[in-house]
Design a protein around this ligand. Structure first.
Ligand code: ZN
Length: 392
């Protein structure tokens, strides 16, 4: 297997990863998941609970971030409108603006507490300087944390080396806001990315309710752009995404979505059409591909043979974006891990997020050189962050 090495300013042999979408607070507050623990430990604790049945087995844990070189995560504030509540157990929903506000603040406070109490594990990134401080150690030396399950007593013991993981706050769906002007308060509280919609259709059409941008939607876009938000089009319909990409004056991304053209039988609006991808690329946006089997093979069920979907399928989505763009500067990863699914609903090679590194040799097989692979794994998101985060 070839090693991926040497991108500008770095001597490390494995590129670090920036993951553009994880619903950490939602899971911590809904299922009491403690992401300081390893995946094995969380799965052990949840063995006799209903969590695996409701949301799949966890794919995330701080030790796995270290082993997978996951340096930065776009961490969401996410609530579902109450009409989409999956069951009484799903606490992170809202009926009105007052409830949305309270619950979103709870999620924000969860991240602040996590980072205040465990600064060696997690740190919030609000500005360029925070980003630089997080990335510096990852660029100097890869993290190394022995895995007790695979430790080889014969091998020379290496020194444990861990780095804090940076969290950038992202609001997934603005539907619960009282008014577009409220975005200013979320910016002040440290949120830097925002998607206008999750379900739809207050501001624009979304994944569950088709439609176009509304008057209030355009007003929201104007407020977001004036504050400096990066707009995330992941959950927009094609019609509203194209309208918003035409109108939005600030930076744009799709944090977690796949290419609809590659998914035969894909229903609904959740994946991006080639038209949307083309417009996103024209605006120099980056699109994070999502390793969820149902978004790679429609109708996939947890009882299906896991070998039906592999990381090669995901690599094909990366390749589709790169072929359309004509370069490797617009594709990234946005796992959406633990976002309503978990193991086994992920490509065959993935047991935990640490296995994302297995995407690198597959991209090499597609013909991508090392520097392009580094761009896809982290450097494209890094470029977005460096361009869009405020100075202080
Ligand atoms: Zn989502």
């Amino acid at each position: 297997m070839r090693s991926v090495s040497h991108y500008p300013g770095s001597t490390q042999m494995t590129p670090y990863i920036i993951d553009a979408h994880e619903d950490i607070a939602y899971n911590a507050l809904t299922f009491r998941r403690d992401y300081l623990l390893s995946v094995v430990e969380t799965r052990r604790q949840e063995k006799d609970t209903l969590n695996p049945q409701r949301t799949g087995h966890t794919l995330l844990g701080w030790p796995e971030y270290q082993r997978g070189q996951v340096a930065v995560i776009f961490a969401t504030l996410f609530l579902a409108p109450r009409r989409y509540q999956a069951g009484a157990w799903e606490t992170q929903t809202f009926a009105d603006a007052a409830e949305a506000r309270k619950r979103l603040e709870n999620q924000l406070n969860f991240y602040r507490r996590l980072c205040d109490d465990h600064p060696e594990q997690f740190r919030l990134i609000y500005n360029k300087n925070d980003l630089q401080q997080i990335l510096e150690p990852w660029e100097k030396e890869p993290a190394f944390l022995p895995d007790p399950a695979v430790a080889d007593p014969e091998s020379e013991p290496r020194k444990t080396m861990t780095h804090p993981v940076g969290l950038v706050l992202s609001l997934e769906g603005a539907e619960g806001l009282r008014a577009p002007e409220e975005m200013e308060e979320w910016w002040q509280m440290g949120v830097r990315f925002a998607g206008p919609v999750w379900a739809g259709t207050r501001f624009c059409g979304g994944s569950y309710e088709p439609g176009e941008c509304t008057r209030e939607g355009y007003a929201l876009l104007e407020v977001m752009a004036s504050l400096g938000f990066t707009m995330d089009i992941s959950h927009m319909t094609e019609a509203s995404a194209v309208q918003a990409l035409d109108r939005y004056e600030g930076p744009v991304i799709a944090s977690h979505a796949n290419a609809r053209a590659l998914i035969k039988g894909a229903q609904g609006e959740r994946q991006l059409t080639d038209l949307t991808i083309r417009r996103l690329v024209e605006r120099d946006g980056v699109m994070g591909v999502l390793p969820y089997n149902r978004f790679l093979r429609p109708g996939w069920a947890d009882t299906d043979d896991r070998q039906l979907v592999t990381l090669r399928t995901l690599a094909a989505h990366v390749d589709h974006i790169c072929q359309m763009a004509g370069d490797a500067l617009h594709a990234g990863i946005g796992t959406d891990f633990d976002g309503g699914f978990g193991w086994p609903a992920v490509p065959y090679e993935i047991d935990t997020i640490a296995d994302l590194q297995k995407l690198a040799p597959l991209l090499a097989e597609f013909g991508y050189p090392d520097d392009s692979i580094a761009q896809i794994l982290s450097q494209n998101w890094r470029r977005v962050l460096e361009r869009t985060l405020p100075e202080t």
